[in-house]
Design a binder for this molecule. Structure first.
Ligand SMILES: Cc1cc2nc3c(=O)[nH]c(=O)nc-3n(C[C@H](O)[C@H](O)[C@H](O)COP(=O)(O)O)c2cc1C
Length: 395
């Protein structure tokens, strides 16, 4: 497999149409979803032709973890596109020497996932009571999670112009009968589940304490989340203080919010718009990154996620101030197309792409990348909240 696009085509061929469309997701017009990818295409390189380094280094650290390349797994919910789901993804990330981000809406337990990847970060939402949130984090710690991610960029946006797939509440016999025609046109996918003796799992085992008799379904957990009043910055600082290790705040768009994340004591932020699944009209993350990195890059680790589909995208993000990037759909396509091996393949495609871009630019390491290595057209950057941040600091 030579590209993530090819992996996506294979995933599309293999998955039942409704499952494929649940991974495409997006919201409303899909402007943000499209712009996340298209914006990378507006950026360019200025290559050298001689004096190149024979060996190029991609290793770095994120939240205290040494990783072999500047790409980590972004948490995504219910990876029931493969019987091994999140465990397969975590194994692939471990095999390629990088971090697994596990969603609290995952279909596999944090115990099973942390057991196969010692660099697991557990992702939470502001969901339930304070006691429940603390219990969720304590469970993750006991399981071996080495850091936390709090995702904040979700506003329960509803509706897509291309329609949303009907996802059953649980995969019982009635639901399976309804989905049977879709399964029959995708026999390889159905066969893999049949062979594993399992059915696609739509429960969320990490929402309640370990051993709770009945884990909520995806929609049950979603309902609990919708009923939880949204947090203030004081609430967020409180949550951060409940974990005595590295903590990332995911979903930053604005410079002033990035600074508040620093003030609340976070160790990392991800400039993210939830892969375009949330508030449609939010600019591409790569447009928002430079201003955020310039404002707080010396005080907190800045990552980016959204639209990464090739190694050169990774290099552009790192040059413009990201310490590393997080990938979402790219590995979901790999998982859907070929399980753990498919995800490893995606990492390899990205690693080779990073290496080739470094070679072309005459760099021996990702640490040598600078903003002026990238051709940034006029008007590309969106410095959201930068004026507000400046005004607050000159008061
Ligand atoms: C199907 C799907 C489910 C997701 N679920 C979660 C989630 O549970 N928690 C979270 O923090 N982000 C979630 N995300 C967002 C990803 O972590 C990431 O921000 C996004 O996918 C990055 O964009 P990309 O897919 O273009 O790489 C999800 C994204 C997708 C596509």
């Amino acid at each position: 497999m030579e590209s993530v696009a090819e992996m996506q085509r294979r995933a599309k061929k293999r998955l039942p149409p409704s499952v494929y469309s649940a991974l495409i997701a997006g919201s409303e017009r899909g402007n943000t979803y499209d712009d996340n990818m298209a914006a990378f295409g507006e950026l360019g390189f200025a290559p050298h032709v001689a004096g190149h380094a024979a060996v190029r280094d991609q290793s770095t650290t994120v939240m205290g973890q040494h990783i072999s390349m500047p790409v980590i797994i972004s948490p995504t919910g219910v990876q029931a596109v493969d019987p091994d789901g999140e465990v397969a993804v975590a194994r692939a990330a471990a095999a390629r020497g990088t971090i697994m981000g596990l969603s609290s809406f995952a279909s596999k337990s944090v115990e099973d996932v942390a057991a196969v990847n010692s660099q697991t970060l557990f992702q939470v939402y502001w969901l339930g009571t304070r006691e429940e949130m603390v219990a969720r984090m304590e469970r993750a710690k006991a399981a071996g999670a080495v850091g936390m991610i709090l995702t904040l960029d979700w506003s329960f946006s509803y509706g897509r112009d291309w329609g949303s797939p009907a996802i059953p509440e649980t995969m019982n016999l009635a639901a399976m009968a309804k989905f049977a025609p879709e399964g029959l046109i995708r026999p390889a996918w159905l066969y893999k589940f049949a062979k594993s003796g399992r059915i696609p799992d739509l429960t969320t085992p990490n929402i309640l304490p370990a051993g709770a008799p009945q884990p909520p379904t995806f929609f049950g957990a979603y309902g609990m989340w919708q009923q939880t009043p949204p947090p203030s910055w004081e609430d967020i600082a409180w949550l951060r203080a409940q974990w005595d290790g590295p903590f990332m705040l995911k979903g930053i768009s604005r410079v002033d919010d990035a600074r508040r994340a620093v003030d609340a004591g976070f160790s990392a932020i991800s400039v993210s718009n939830h892969g375009g699944n949330n508030l449609d009209g939010t600019p591409a993350t790569i447009r928002m990154l430079p201003a955020v990195a310039e404002a707080v890059g010396d005080e907190i680790e800045v990552l980016l996620d959204g639209g990464i589909r090739r190694g050169s995208d990774v290099v552009k993000a790192v040059a413009l101030g990201a310490r590393a990037v997080m990938i979402g759909r790219a590995y979901l396509w790999g998982l859907a197309a070929n399980g753990q091996a498919g995800v490893e393949n995606v990492f390899d495609v990205l690693r080779m792409g990073v290496d080739s871009a470094l070679l072309g630019m005459g760099k021996s390491s990702i640490a040598d990348l600078r903003p002026d290595d990238i051709v940034v057209p006029d008007g590309f950057v969106r410095a959201l909240g930068a004026d507000v941040d400046q005004a607050a600091r000159t008061l």
